[in-house]
Design a protein around this ligand. Structure first.
Ligand code: NAP
Length: 241
């Protein structure tokens, strides 16, 4: 039977690319957007092979509603790609409480809550794949991103601990830590800074969402069954763990 995979933040960028890869691997993909229009666009793009639904990962009620709908309308998902994420950059001395809270709520607390909502189904099936999108910034740090770096480092610690809890149930939990990938998130970076970043990347180019998607797809299939608790870096050589 076709397994259901949930991809949060599937309307564009890395989440969109991962959804396509998972569909090609035979999963039925439920992809999310914070807007109804975004959810409809996802449904249209993957017609019949998946479905788009609305979800605000920073809102506990939205998570509960989404998780119940998925389980009622489809099957309990056995693959969860925690991809949704935001930035609210500012130097620490000027960072507003809201900028800190928005990033931690969305990137870290929301990830914890949605994962919890789908764990029971995976434990019952004694099979599951959880993939959390971290960032190279979680390891390297980045000025102006104390909130984002803290959320991503938190995700990596969460991943390691959860993998220890779930290993005996056949569920693997891994993080992917991309470097600079060409998406709307990185388009916002000033051109002069983009050139400075390129100088730090041995492969001399930014990554492509399709390259991250190929790694996520590998972590979802049977050939990766012996990998768990890892953070896998994909960054053109700019950082090695
Ligand atoms: N791009 C990079 O270079 C890079 C590097 C390292 C890590 N990452 C990580 O990879 C992930 C994807 O990045 P990306 O570059 O593809 O980002 P993106 O292009 O900005 O897309 C972000 C996605 O997250 C969704 N989203 C935003 N806020 C949300 C919320 N409150 N609840 C649910 N969904 C929400 C958006 O949905 P809607 O706008 O449709 O509502 C969108 O689909 C993020 O976790 C990011 O931190 C990216």
């Amino acid at each position: 039977m076709q397994k259901v995979a949930v991809v949060t933040g599937a309307s564009r960028g890395i989440g969109h690319a991962i959804s396509g890869e998972l569909i090609n691997s035979g999963f039925f993909v439920v992809g999310t957007s914070t807007s109804q229009a975004g959810a409809e666009k996802i449904s249209k793009g993957i017609s019949g092979l998946g479905f788009g639904m609305q979800l605000d990962i920073a809102d506990t009620e939205s998570i509960d509603h989404f998780a119940n709908e998925v389980k009622e309308r489809f099957e309990a998902p056995l693959v969860l790609i925690n991809n949704a994420g935001i930035t609210r950059d500012n130097i620490a001395i000027r960072m507003k409480n809201e900028e800190w809270d928005d990033v931690i709520e969305t990137n870290l607390s929301g990830l914890f809550r949605i994962t919890k909502a789908f764990l029971r189904g995976m434990i019952k099936a004694r099979w599951g794949r959880i993939i959390n999108l971290s960032s190279v910034v979680g390891s390297m740090g980045n000025p102006g991103q104390t909130n984002y770096a803290a959320s991503k480092a938190g995700i990596e610690g969460y991943t390691r601990s959860l993998s220890l809890e779930l290993g005996s149930r056949g569920i693997t939990v891994n993080s992917i830590a991309p470097g600079y990938i060409k998406t709307e998130m990185t388009q916002e970076i000033a051109e002069s800074n983009q050139q400075a970043m390129l100088n730090l990347i041995p492969l001399g180019r930014f990554g492509d969402a399709a390259e991250v998607a190929a790694l996520a797809s590998f972590l979802c299939n049977e050939s990766s069954s012996y990998i768990t608790g890892e953070t896998i870096h994909i960054n053109g050589g700019m950082y090695r763990s």
